[in-house]
Design a protein around this ligand. Structure first.
Ligand code: NAP
Length: 255
């Protein structure tokens, strides 16, 4: 095994104050990583760090907008100084600005590209040097089943499809340095993001979940831990020959 075996490996999870990112940060800490919990607001990120520390792990709350190059560099520099050089990056931060095409504003489009595409690019560019230096690294990008096309999500579907191309290109460029890059495309996961979707279309959360679950082959909504489990696999030592893949974690082939 190559890489920093004599010290604790460091992971960065973006958008980890809540939802899928928080579950992933907690899981990677359980797996033995020191975890930087990055989110827009440092105070919001502290809850996840407290959960990590409460379970005996090591975490650091970092406030940064992943779409801002200066904030990203400052965040990565802080992680290096306070936890050590990061060798795992989970690009999870995300937003939705759903609307039908004819009603979608320029700002709706730009915000979604800013967070998902520019954010993942800036984070990966800032972190890659530490992975290359270590001769070992793992990048996991959060795509979505919406990448296959979804009504009201021209912006989000485009960004999530774009992340799949980004992932495959990172796999090609960074493979020779011991770095893998993969994407996870979740289906319907119960989080604040999907609660906001239910609210936007005027549906009660419980009935919305029941309706969505009925259309999923395994007949339930996804949980943040379902995605965290898949991240845990993809960043594991044994997954070193899995790279450039998109894993649909959706309770079925594409729901
Ligand atoms: P969530 O509950 O809305 O959490 C997203 C987190 O990202 C929030 O803490 C948010 O901070 C943070 N964030 C937003 N913009 C950011 C920025 N510019 N810089 C740093 N952090 C930022 O979402 P989720 O449901 O857990 O989703 C996590 C990821 O999975 C997203 O990429 C999403 O697109 C993807 N995904 C989710 C589902 C699903 O069904 N839930 C399905 C497919 C894919 P604030 O709270 O301050 O806004």
């Amino acid at each position: 095994m190559s890489g920093p075996t004599d010290q604790q490996r460091v992971a960065i999870v973006t958008g980890a104050a809540r939802g899928i990112g928080a579950a992933t940060a907690r899981r990677l800490a359980e797996d033995g990583f020191a975890v930087a919990v990055v989110d827009l607001d440092e105070d919001d990120a502290r809850g996840t760090v407290q959960a990590i520390e409460g379970a005996g792990g090591r975490g650091l709350a970092v406030g940064a907008d992943v779409g801002d190059a200066d904030q990203v560099q400052a965040a990565v520099d802080r992680v290096v100084a306070e936890l050590g050089p990061p060798v795992v990056l989970v690009n999870n931060a995300g937003v939705t600005r759903d609307n039908l095409l004819f009603k979608m504003t320029d700002a709706d489009w730009d915000m979604v590209m800013h967070v998902h595409l520019r954010g993942s690019f800036l984070m990966a560019r800032a972190v890659q040097e530490h992975m290359v230096e270590a001769g070992w690294g793992r990048v996991v990008n959060l795509s979505s089943t919406s990448a296959l096309g979804n009504r009201g999500q021209a912006n989000y579907a485009t960004a999530k499809a774009g992340l799949q191309g980004f992932t495959k290109t990172l796999a090609v460029e960074l493979g020779k340095f011991g770095v893998t890059a993969n994407a996870i495309a979740p289906g319907f996961i119960a989080t604040d993001m999907t609660k906001a979707t239910a609210a936007r279309i005027g549906e009660e959360w419980e009935s919305y979940v029941a309706k969505r679950a009925a259309a999923i082959p395994v007949q339930r909504a996804g949980r943040p831990e379902d995605i965290a489990h898949t991240v845990s696999f993809l960043v594991s030592e044994g997954a070193g020959f899995v790279s450039g893949q998109v894993v649909y974690v959706a309770g079925g082939p594409r729901n």
